[in-house]
Write a protein that binds this ligand. Structure first.
Ligand code: G16
Length: 556
C-alpha cells in the first residue's frame, strides 16, 4: 500500500487517487485541512516542500498532521518553521501552487521549485546539508499514521532522509521541540516541553504569597475532547513536587486511541464549549462552582467554565485568560517599578467588547489582527511582553530580548522578578499551548488565591454575544477588511448587515469565511443574550437570501 506515485496520490486505502481537478486547495488559517481521504497527496507534497525548507536553511523543520478542532473525518498538515513558528507567507504560496498542480504538472513544478530555492540559497540543487531534517508529529486521528507516511515519502522525494516521528504529540509540543532542537544551547528531547512547564509551575506555586488558601482549590476537571491531551495532562503532574503541592486533575472525554476517534471533538472540547456556551458531554453531575477546563483535539486551545450557584453556565474564554495574564504581569511590573518594558495585547474581531474595554482601562489599546496564530504571534512580538489570545482559547505570551535580559537570574533577585521569570517559563512562548496555558492559569489563580467565581467577577464580565457556523461551499466569494470586521465583497451583504446592526442596541456583527472548515462564521454582540442570538440569525438570513443555505434557518 506504500506505492505512492511520484505525485503522492494514493489514498488512505492504498488506492490511486488523482488530484481533484474541480477543487482548489488552500493553505488556510492553520495549513491544509480537508476530508482525510483527500489529504494523502497534500501530505506528500507538503513533506516535499518541508524538505526544501529544511535544506535551504540547514535546520530541522516540522510538519504537524492534525485537524485540531475539526470533526474526526477531517485531517490536515501544516509546516512548522525552525523557530517553532508558523510557515512564512511566501512559502504558503509555494505550498498552494504545489498542492494545486495536477498529476502531470507536479513533477516538473517540484523540480523547478527545488532548483530555484537551492539557487537562491547559493547551494547546488542536489545539496543535502547535515542538519536538514524533518520532524513529523501527529495527534490521535486514525488517518494520521497513513498521512505521516505520506509526509515522510514526500520528504524523501525532496531528498531528506532524516525523519523523526512524534506519534500522539500535541501540536504545541511539536512546535516547541522543533524550536528547541534548532537552538544551539537547548537539546532535542521529547519531554522538554513538559519539564519546562512543570519545573517552573511547581517552583511558582511554592513561592505564591498566600500560604493559607481560602478560595483557590487545587482541583479541576479537564475535558480532553477525546483527543491527544488525554495522554498528556497527567504526565505534567508526574513531578517530584506533586507530592508536596498536590494538584488534583480529573480527566473527562479522555478516550485517547484511534478507535475512539468517533468521539473526537464531538459534543466536547474547547470549540464546542465556546460555540455553544454549555457543558460538554459527561459533565451533567458536576457540582456548581467547580472549576472546569476544556482543551481541543490537539490541545492547542483552552477555555474554562463552570456553573454558578444560580445554575448559570459561565464561560471564561481566551479573552478572559488574556485579561488574567495581563492583571498578573502588570502587577509584577508595578511591584518592580519596571516602567520601560512595553506590554501589549493582540486580539481578533471575535474579542468580546468588554475584554477590549478592560485592556483600555489598564492603559493598553489592544491591536486587532486577522484570525490565526500566524497573524497574532508576529504582532505580539513587537512588544517586550506581548499577550495574544483568540477568544476561542488559542494564545500565549511572547517576550523580547529586553525582557529576557531584565529577568535574567542575579543574586538577591526581588520576588516579583522571580515570579515573572517563572511565569515566562510555565508558558509555551513559541505558540499557543492549551496545557501550558492551563498550568499558567492555575498558577495565577493560586497566586491571587481566587476561586473561578472570583476570576469571573473581579476582572470583567462579557457583553452578550452569539456565534453561528453556516455550511458554505464557495467561501472565496467573501472578502473582508484586514481586521475581518466588515465584508468588502459581496458589497450588498455588508449594507444589509449594517441595517440589521443599527436596529439593535449597542450591537456589532460580522460574517467571515472560515479558513479551517467549509463554513462561514457569524459573530454578533448586543445588549442581551436573546438579542445577540437574534441578530446572529438575522445575519444568517442575509447570507441565505444572497446565497441560499442548504438547510432551514429558524424563523425570527
Ligand atoms: C485554528 C487556528 C486558530 C483559528 C482557528 C479557527 O485553530 O490555529 O488561529 O482561530 O483555527 O480558524 P477559522 O475561523 O479560520 O476556521 P485550531 O485549534 O483548529 O488549530
Amino acid at each position: 500500500a506504500e506505492n505512492f506515485t511520484r505525485a503522492g496520490n494514493v489514498n488512505f486505502n492504498g488506492n490511486f487517487c488523482p488530484v481533484l481537478q474541480d477543487k482548489k486547495f488552500r493553505y488556510g488559517t492553520a495549513g491544509f485541512r480537508y476530508p482525510n481521504e483527500e489529504m494523502t497527496f497534500i501530505a506528500f507534497r507538503i513533506g516535499f516542500l518541508a524538505s526544501l525548507r529544511a535544506r535551504s536553511l540547514n535546520q530541522v523543520v516540522g510538519v504537524m498532521v492534525t485537524a485540531s478542532h475539526n470533526p474526526t473525518g477531517d485531517n490536515g498538515v501544516k509546516i512548522i518553521e525552525p523557530t517553532g513558528h508558523m510557515l512564512e507567507n511566501d512559502w504558503e504560496h509555494l505550498a498552494t501552487e504545489l498542492v494545486n498542480a495536477n498529476d502531470t504538472e507536479f513533477e516538473e513544478l517540484a523540480s523547478s521549485t527545488e532548483k530555484s530555492i537551492m539557487e537562491k540559497t547559493g547551494l547546488k540543487t542536489e545539496t543535502i546539508p547535515d542538519n536538514a531534517k524533518i520532524f513529523i508529529g501527529s495527534d490521535t486521528r486514525d488517518s494520521s499514521p497513513w498521512l505521516m507516511r505520506a509526509v515522510a515519502r514526500g520528504a524523501e522525494f525532496g531528498r531528506v532522509l532524516k525523519v523523526n516521528e512524534f506519534v500522539n504529540f500535541t501540536t504545541p509540543q511539536l512546535h516547541y521541540i522543533v524550536y528547541a532542537t534548532n537552538k544551539p544551547n537547548l537539546s532535542f528531547d521529547r519531554l522538554a516541553p513538559v519539564r519546562k512547564t512543570t519545573d517552573a509551575f511547581f517552583e511558582f506555586i511554592k513561592r505564591c504569597p498566600s500560604k493559607q488558601l481560602e478560595n483557590y482549590k487545587p482541583s479541576l476537571i479537564v475535558d480532553c475532547a477525546n483527543g491527544v491531551g488525554a495522554l498528556w495532562v497527567l504526565e505534567y503532574l508526574n513531578h517530584p513536587e506533586q507530592k508536596n503541592f498536590p494538584m488534583n486533575i480529573t480527566l473527562k472525554n479522555d478516550a485517547k486511541d484511534a478507535a475512539a476517534n468517533e468521539y473526537l471533538n464531538r459534543d466536547c472540547g474547547a470549540d464546542f464549549v465556546k460555540l455553544w456556551r454549555t457543558f460538554p458531554r459527561g459533565f451533567k453531575n458536576v457540582p456548581s462552582e467547580t472549576r472546569c477546563a476544556a482543551l481541543d483535539g490537539d490541545a492547542d486551545r483552552l477555555v474554562y467554565f463552570y456553573s454558578n450557584n444560580n445554575g448559570v453556565f459561565i464561560l471564561l474564554d481566551g479573552d478572559q485568560i488574556a485579561a488574567l495574564y495581563a492583571k498578573f504581569l502588570i502587577k509584577q511590573l508595578e511591584l518592580l517599578g519596571a516602567k520601560d518594558l512595553s506590554i501589549g495585547v493582540v486580539q481578533t474581531a471575535y474579542a468580546n467588547g468588554n475584554s477590549s474595554r478592560y485592556f483600555r482601562s489598564l492603559g493598553i489599546e489592544p491591536a486587532i489582527v486577522a484570525t490565526g496564530v500566524k497573524n497574532l504571534h508576529p504582532k505580539s512580538e513587537t512588544y517586550d511582553i506581548g499577550i495574544y489570545f483568540e477568544a476561542n482559547g488559542h494564545g500565549t505570551v511572547t517576550f523580547s530580548e529586553k525582557f529576557w535580559d531584565f529577568v535574567k537570574e542575579t543574586p538577591a533577585d526581588p520576588e516579583p522578578k522571580i515570579m515573572l521569570r517563572l511565569f515566562s517559563q510555565i508558558i509555551n512562548d513559541i505558540v499557543g499551548d492549551g496545557i501550558a496555558d492551563l498550568f499558567a492559569v492555575e498558577a495565577i489563580l493560586r497566586y491571587f488565591d481566587w476561586s473561578i467565581g472570583d476570576w469571573a467577577s473581579k476582572i470583567y464580565t462579557d457583553v452578550p454575544s452569539a456565534q453561528l457556523k453556516i455550511p458554505f461551499r464557495d467561501r472565496s466569494i467573501f472578502q473582508t477588511t484586514p481586521d475581518e470586521t466588515r465584508l468588502i465583497k459581496p458589497e450588498v451583504m455588508q449594507k444589509e448587515i449594517d441595517v440589521w446592526v443599527s436596529k439593535f442596541h449597542g450591537a456589532r456583527a460580522f460574517v467571515r469565511p472560515s479558513g479551517t472548515e467549509p463554513i462561514v462564521r457569524i459573530y454578533a454582540e448586543a445588549d442581551t443574550d436573546e438579542n445577540a442570538l437574534h441578530l446572529a440569525y438575522r445575519i444568517a438570513h442575509v447570507v441565505d437570501k444572497n446565497y441560499p443555505i442548504p438547510f432551514e434557518l429558524p424563523e425570527i
